[in-house]
Design a protein around this ligand. Structure first.
Ligand code: FMN
Length: 352
């Protein structure tokens, strides 16, 4: 098929300016390799893994393809040490644990850190030199930007407002992911307590006036016509997450796949109760958890330690009522097909 030209496809020699979203728990080297081999940009989600696991994933991907790929990190501010807030949140969740016959964790140690200040991760990246590095929940340190740029790496940050876009541009990012509130998974807002929840067309409209960087659209995009539509709204490409979860190359569990395939339009919602940051998924008991007298949710990612324990306690009883089935508003249009076929299908539809 004809290459669809844009700054994204030109810079990385892609035949379609399409990024398979980095998805923690879902993206695999097999998925990213299939997407990159098909002419789009595959991504690894390395925000929750150790330096060694990150290096292993990059090496596995490189063994499968020599095409460009993206690796993604979380730049959240580490949570303030606040055991009182953590324990108040645990106390609030205790009746839910008890109903499942489980005991809540004793405390809320964060399950993973942030890329901010992670020198060992930076060293690994300078050694492995992935062609693209992208950031979620904020911006990397100046040191990262300088060093990664010197290594010839393209840098992309996810933003949800024009203010965040301005900050990303000033920090030296090369391109932006504009994430609309339709998007599945965690909102990329820099401050979890201030989520503007703007829709993708509204956000793209503002960025068209104010932003000089190429903008890649994300949120609720499922087919090639959606991609043509955001191109019309000024986007230099698109990043799709939910559309790729059902690919056989993803690591989504069978229960998660089944839930997505049965999902109705309008079934997703945003909640911060699962992890401490707003995220969109199939609405479940966690989305209806907060009563008027609820204490503040524990900070991200401490709250996730409690959320995951609750999900696990329910899952051992075959109870999906708490499961974190991340998905965007387009979920009912997700198609289960191999990643390469999906990329080809999106390219064909785009050019129709
Ligand atoms: N974005 C990231 O930058 N890093 C992640 O680790 C990440 N994990 C995600 C996991 C899942 C299961 C989903 C659905 C999304 C995730 N996202 C993550 C958000 C995506 O980058 C993207 O913004 C979103 O998928 C776009 O909306 P869509 O799912 O409607 O296509």
């Amino acid at each position: 098929s004809l290459p669809i030209a844009s700054p994204l496809s030109r810079r990385l020699d892609l035949t379609i300016p399409l990024i398979q979203a980095p998805m923690a728990g879902v993206a695999t080297p097999q998925l990213a390799a299939a997407v990159s081999r098909a002419g789009a940009l595959g991504s690894l989600a390395l925000g929750t893994v150790s330096v060694e696991q990150a290096a292993n994933q990059i090496d596995s991907l490189r063994a499968l393809t020599d095409r460009p790929f993206n690796v993604n990190f979380f730049c959240h501010q580490p949570p303030a040490h606040d055991p009182a807030r953590d324990s108040a949140w645990l106390t609030y969740l205790t009746p839910h644990f008890q109903r499942l016959g489980a005991t809540p964790p004793a405390n809320l140690a964060p399950a993973y850190g942030t890329a901010l200040g992670n020198d060992a991760m930076l060293e690994m990246l300078l050694d492995r030199r992935p062609p693209v590095v992208s950031f979620h929940f904020g911006l990397p340190d100046t040191r990262w930007v300088t060093a990664l740029h010197q290594a010839g790496i393209l840098l992309i940050a996810c933003i949800t407002t024009q203010v965040e876009a301005d900050q990303a541009e000033q920090a030296g990012m090369d391109m932006l992911i504009a994430q609309g509130m339709e998007a599945g998974g965690h909102r990329g807002c820099f401050d979890p307590d201030h989520d503007a929840r703007q829709s993708l067309p509204v956000l793209l409209g503002q960025l068209r006036q104010s932003c000089r960087l190429p903008v890649i659209a994300a949120g609720g995009l499922m087919d090639g016509r959606d991609l043509a539509a955001v191109q019309m709204l000024g986007a230099a490409g698109a990043q799709l997450g939910t559309a790729f979860i059902l690919c056989p190359e993803s690591s989504a569990a069978p229960t998660y796949r089944a839930a997505l395939q049965q999902a109705q339009p309008g079934q997703t919602d945003i909640t911060a109760t699962i992890s401490g940051r707003p995220a969109r998924g199939l609405a479940n008991r966690m989305h209806h958890l907060l009563t008027a007298d609820a204490p503040p949710i524990a900070a991200y990612p401490n709250a996730y330690t409690a959320g995951k324990a609750l999900i696990q306690a329910a899952a051992t009883q075959g109870n999906p009522a708490y499961a974190a089935y991340w998905a965007g508003q387009g979920v009912a249009r997700a198609r289960a097909m191999p990643a390469a076929a999906l990329v080809q299908c999106l390219a064909d539809e785009w050019q129709q």
